[in-house]
Design a protein around this ligand. Structure first.
Ligand code: GRF
Length: 233
């Protein structure tokens, strides 16, 4: 079944209250990317309103970060549902109650049912710790080292039914040093991820980046390569 087309995000965002882009964040763990978005919002650096943090893990530290910031923190447990699709329908229905312009997957460690993803295409992004299309899935840092890569990085992409496979909006690169371990790479990449995610959310919230069909557009022009928003800084 073909899902109904969505209005471009730029139009949705302009319709939101006070001109802010409303956001729901999904996280399964630590929540440092969520915290980076929260800090940027609190400083007034990005025109967004984070309305809720949803998790599939009751013990996710991200939930506490949200509660401490006065943001609604909600957990739904997968084991309470008959199957993956049932859980996905439930958690996205809960998210929809906050009428988000944008859903941000920030360390949300679950695959999502294709039919549940479909209505959110163009309105949902994910941060992934690799230079996509390299290393979709898990253990990205170890896989980059095993492959002998000299450069590693992170990507933010629009979410489609394909795991870590949607159109890439932006990336950040960093060199791999001699003697690097997966843990060292993860630690060095994380602060860059935070800045990359904030930069991408900012571009989307301002209506500058949208998904048009399969192409990411910046200011109405299709991207020929992923943006490098941190490169000039
Ligand atoms: C990040 O490395 C993100 O790229 C990946 O999972 C990690 C989540 O970290 N998808 P945090 O929970 O945001 O601290």
């Amino acid at each position: 079944m073909t899902p109904p087309p969505h209005p471009p995000l730029s139009r949705v965002a302009r319709d939101a209250g006070e001109g802010k882009c409303s956001i729901v964040v999904f996280a399964s763990g630590r929540g440092s990317n969520f915290a980076a978005l929260l800090t940027a919002q609190q400083r007034g650096g990005i025109p967004v309103e984070i309305r809720a943090l949803l998790s599939d893990k009751r013990t996710a530290p991200a939930l506490l970060l949200a509660e401490n910031a006065g943001i609604e923190a909600i957990t739904l447990a997968p084991r309470d549902y008959a199957d993956r699709a049932g859980f996905d329908r439930a958690i996205f229905a809960r998210a929809a109650q906050f009428t988000p312009d944008l859903i941000v997957l920030a360390g949300y460690m679950r695959m999502i049912d294709a039919q549940v993803v479909a209505p959110w295409i163009g309105r949902m992004i994910n941060i992934h710790p690799s230079l996509l299309p390299k290393y979709a899935g898990l253990h990205t840092h170890a896989r980059a080292l095993e492959s002998g890569d000299t450069v590693h990085g992170a990507s933010v992409h629009f979410v489609t039914a394909e795991l870590d496979g949607g159109p890439v909006i932006a990336q950040v690169e960093m060199p791999i040093e001699r003697g690097d371990t997966p843990e060292a790479l993860a630690a060095r990449l994380l602060p860059l991820e935070h800045r990359l995610l904030v930069a991408c959310v900012d571009l989307i919230a301002r209506g500058r980046v949208v998904l048009a069909g399969h192409a990411v557009e910046l200011d109405g022009q299709p991207l020929r390569a992923p943006l490098r928003p941190l490169a000039a800084q």
